[in-house]
Design a protein around this ligand. Structure first.
Ligand code: SAM
Ligand code: ZN
Length: 393
């Protein structure tokens, strides 16, 4: 395709100005994909890297094999301390993307740090030395699912101090519109009901854990979240079969009631036989296998929150809000109660989520709102205890 000079457009994201090739009005029609709404994903990448650099790695080698316009990598080089970036490998299968990256790399003077590859991500990953000190962080940002690149990424990473970041946008599959595809790709049963996003995220993490386990590795979730139309998983790799074995015990299922929001989680080895809701006798919906452990690492998120002001983020307010919600929810158990269904079950109106949260806190339960649904609460109180609290009003 011929590149026409009048279609280049300057864009600023964070504190980085670069050029995109704007040959269509709709982002999905453009020759190279650039979605300004995904700036929150990139902001949180910059913030995560800033934390990793501060906490443990002085200099990072970063691989961005689905680079698109290359925006993520320019921002990393431009917005993080100069001496902390050793190398950034930037690749894309699309020749126009590579053209854009080459042009920006020249203009931004990134040539010394940036290595540009016009290749299929799988070939880039395959070509890397295995388990050596070459690549510290891999960021998978494909269209759809990152799943087919997970195992190759884990092999290519520096083990123990390596981090794998992955975005998934195949929510139609992971959120249950195409359950057969979910079963084929992720070996798991999704749901279309109110728990769909948390189930989707935990199915993706379960798959990463299984891939890592086969290689004798564990992956520790440090920041895994859902935002609008995407899921994002960031894990730290740990070269320990013992940790991996332990981690596998936190894989299981969630059973929940679509009518009254009763829920129960069970380990894989202790799967339930009785699957009727104890409250309303409705058949419980089952989802999984999925990860039942933590989605976040407390210290990591706290450090990220502290660092917000030190960086120029594009969507600072949104990032701050998300991290605050995460810090609130960090100690809560997996999955949330959907309060409108519990209120309906209790035949109560006008009791607010905050009232329920405060009452449960007063009774010393762990309780929080959740990033997954503004109408949900996470708590270690039982269903009956939540009902008791609601009945007080
Ligand atoms: C979602 S976009 C990436 C967006 C970019 N990371 C950002 O933050 O703006 C996915 C990119 O992956 C590229 N791509 C798709 N399949 C690929 C493959 N097998 N190997 C390498 N690149 C691929 C596409 O050309 C596209 O530029
Ligand atoms: Zn029920």
């Amino acid at each position: 395709m011929e590149i026409s000079e009048d279609k280049w457009q300057e864009v600023t994201e964070g504190s980085t100005t670069f050029s995109i090739y704007k040959d269509a009005d709709r982002i999905y029609d453009a020759s190279v994909f650039y979605n300004p709404k995904m700036a929150i994903n990139r902001d949180l990448t910059i913030l995560s890297l800033s934390t990793i650099i501060k906490k443990e790695m002085k200099r990072i080698c970063f691989l961005d094999p689905f680079a698109g316009t290359g925006v993520r990598s320019y921002r990393i080089i431009n917005e993080l301390p100069k001496d902390s970036i050793e190398k950034v490998v930037v690749g894309d299968i699309n020749p126009i993307a590579v053209n854009i990256i080459t042009r920006n790399s020249n203009i931004l003077n990134h040539d010394e740090i940036m290595e540009i590859k016009h290749a299929n991500a799988i070939d880039i990953l395959d070509s890397l030395p295995k388990r050596k000190d070459t690549t510290h962080i891999i960021d998978l940002d494909p269209f759809g699912s990152p799943i087919e690149y997970i195992e190759e990424s884990l092999r290519a990473l520096r083990i123990n101090e390596g981090y794998l970041f992955a975005t998934a946008t195949d929510l139609q599959v992971l959120c249950g519109k195409f359950p057969d595809s979910c079963n084929r790709i992720y070996n798991a049963k999704p749901t279309r009901h109110f728990l769909c996003h948390e189930v989707a995220l935990r199915i993706l993490i379960y798959n990463m854990i299984i891939s890592a386990g086969r290689l004798g590795l564990a992956v520790k979730p440090i920041l895994c979240y859902n935002h609008e139309h995407f899921l994002r998983v960031k894990v730290k790799v740990n070269d320990s079969k013992e940790v991996a074995n332990k981690q596998h015990k936190k894989i299981g299922f969630v059973y929940f009631c679509k009518k009254c929001s009763y829920l129960i989680t069970v380990e894989l080895s202790k799967d339930l036989e009785e699957t009727l809701c104890t409250n309303c006798s409705e058949k419980l919906e089952k989802a999984g296998p999925l990860w039942l452990g933590n989605l976040y690492e407390l210290e990591f998120i706290e450090q990220m929150k502290k660092d917000i002001g030190q960086l120029t983020l594009q969507l600072e307010k949104k990032v701050e809000k998300l991290l605050s919600l995460i810090l609130d929810e960090i100690k809560s158990p997996p999955f949330f109660y959907y309060i409108p269904f519990i209120l309906r079950f209790c035949k109560k109106e006008g009791v607010s989520l905050n009232q329920i949260v405060d009452s449960l806190k007063a009774k010393n339960f762990t309780v929080s709102r959740t990033i997954f649904d503004p109408q949900g609460i996470k708590t270690d109180a039982s269903y009956d205890e939540i009902v008791d609290v609601i009945e007080q009003y």
